[in-house]
Write a protein that binds this ligand. Structure first.
Ligand SMILES: Nc1ncnc2c1ncn2[C@@H]1O[C@H](COP(=O)(O)OP(=O)(O)OP(=O)(O)O)[C@@H](O)[C@H]1O
Ligand SMILES: [Mg+2]
Length: 313
C-alpha cells in the first residue's frame, strides 16, 4: 500500500485514461517501454500510486505510476526484488524492461513508471482456510528466494508514513493513545535480528487469484522491507482481521497462518508473531483508515477495539 498523499487535492476520477493529464502521462510512459496502447484504463485505487490496465496489440499489461517525489533508488530496488523472485520461480508478475534497458521510465513531468505482467484474476476479501495455506506457501517461497537485502533500502519510512497518516485521520480518543504509542515506537524488532527481504504489505488486496489456478500471485512490492518473517505474517493476519466484515479472532487466525507457514517449510516463532501483532493491527488500522472512505472508518475502529483485550498487559 502506497499511502495517499495528504497534501494532494482531488483524486483523479477513474475511467478512460486518455482524457486526463495522468492518462497522457501513462501513454507517454508506455512509449518508453515500446508499447503503443489500444486502451488504457485507470483502476480504482485510492492510494498515491496510479495503476492502469493497458491493452496493446492483443497483450495486456499493468502500468504503475509513482509520484515525482517517490524515491528512485527504492523503486529500482523494488523492481529488482520482484525480478529476482520471478527468476527463482515465485508467483509474482514479470516486469518489462524499458526500451533503453532501464527498470522503469521517468516521464517529462518526473513521474516514474513501471510496466509488468497483467494477472487475469481477482482479489478476494475473504480467504478460507485453504487459501490461507496457499498464501502461507507463497510467502515461504518468497522468503526462501530473496537473496538478502537489495541496496540500502530502509524500513524507516514505513513508520514515518504511518505517523503522517495518523495525523490525517483523527481517530477516536479511546484509540488515539494506543496508536501514538505504536507509531512513535516504530518497528518492533531490533536491527541486529535476522532479517529477510519481505513483501511488507502482504494482504488480500495484493493477492490475485487467477481463474483456473490454485496458485495465487502476489503483487505490489512497493512496501518491501527487510524484516523478520514473523512481521510479514503478523501484517498479513492484522490486515485480514482489520479488513474483514466478520473477523474471526486474531489469535486463531494467526495460529493457523503460522502453522501453515511452518508446514510449508518456513521457520517462524509463533510467540514473535503474536508480539508483532500488537503493532501490526494498529499500523494496518491507521493505513486503512487513511485510505478509505469516512463510513468505513467506524468499522475499522470497532475491529481495532476488539483486539484491545488481546494485548492488555
Ligand atoms: N499486475 C496486475 N494484474 C491485475 N491487477 C492488478 C495488477 N496490479 C495491480 N492490480 C490491481 O490494482 C490494484 C492496485 O494495485 P497495487 O496494489 O499495485 O497499488 P496500490 O497503490 O497499493 O493500491 P491499493 O492499496 O488500492 O491496493 C490491486 O489491488 C489489483 O486489484
Ligand atoms: Mg496494493
Amino acid at each position: 500500500m502506497c499511502a495517499r498523499d495528504a497534501t494532494e487535492s482531488e483524486e483523479e476520477p477513474p475511467g478512460p485514461a486518455g482524457r486526463s493529464d495522468l492518462g497522457l502521462t501513462a501513454v507517454s510512459a508506455l512509449h518508453g517501454f515500446g508499447i503503443v496502447p489500444d486502451k488504457v484504463t485507470r483502476l480504482r485505487n485510492l492510494t498515491r500510486c496510479a495503476v492502469f490496465k493497458v491493452i496493446a496489440q492483443g497483450q495486456t499489461y499493468a502500468l504503475k505510476l509513482y509520484p515525482r517525489e517517490y524515491d528512485a533508488a527504492e523503486l529500482g530496488q523494488e523492481i529488482e526484488f520482484v525480478r529476482q523472485l520471478k527468476r527463482r520461480g515465485c508467483s509474482v508478475p514479470e516486469y518489462r524492461t524499458a526500451v533503453d534497458g532501464a527498470l522503469y521510465v521517468v516521464t517529462r513531468s518526473g513521474v516514474r513508471a513501471a510496466v509488468y505482467e497483467w494477472v487475469q484474476g481477482r482479489c478476494l476479501s475473504v480467504l478460507d482456510d485453504r487459501r490461507l495455506v496457499l498464501v502461507a506457501n507463497l510467502l515461504v517461497a518468497i522468503h526462501g528466494s530473496a537473496c538478502g537485502p537489495i541496496g540500502t533500502r530502509s524500513d524507516g519510512w514505513v513508520w514515518t508514513e504511518t505517523l503522517k497518516c495518523l495525523k490525517g485521520i483523527r481517530p477516536p480518543s479511546d484509540l488515539k493513545e494506543r496508536m501514538l504509542r505504536v507509531t512513535r515506537a516504530g518497528r518492533p524488532w531490533s536491527a541486529d535480528e535476522r532479517l529477510i527481504l519481505c513483501h511488507g504489505d502482504c494482504c488480500p488486496k495484493n493477492v490475485l487469484w487467477p481463474a483456473g489456478s490454485s496458485v495465487p500471485v502476489l503483487i505490489d512490492f512497493t512496501n518491501s522491507i527487510s524484516a523478520p518473517a514473523e512481521w510479514e505474517l503478523a501484517v498479513f493476519c492484522a490486515d485480514v482481521f482489520i479488513s474483514a466484515a466478520n473477523p474471526t479472532e486474531l489469535d486463531s487466525l494467526s495460529r493457523k497462518v503460522a502453522a501453515a507457514y511452518v508446514t510449508a517449510g518456513g521457520t517462524c516463532d509463533f510467540g514473535r508473531v503474536q508480539r508483532f501483532l500488537a503493532t501490526a493491527v494498529v499500523q494496518r488500522a491507521i493505513l486503512k483508515a487513511f485510505n478509505c472512505a469516512g463510513h468505513e472508518k467506524r468499522a475499522i475502529w470497532q475491529r481495532l477495539r476488539r483486539t484491545g483485550s488481546t494485548f492488555a498487559a
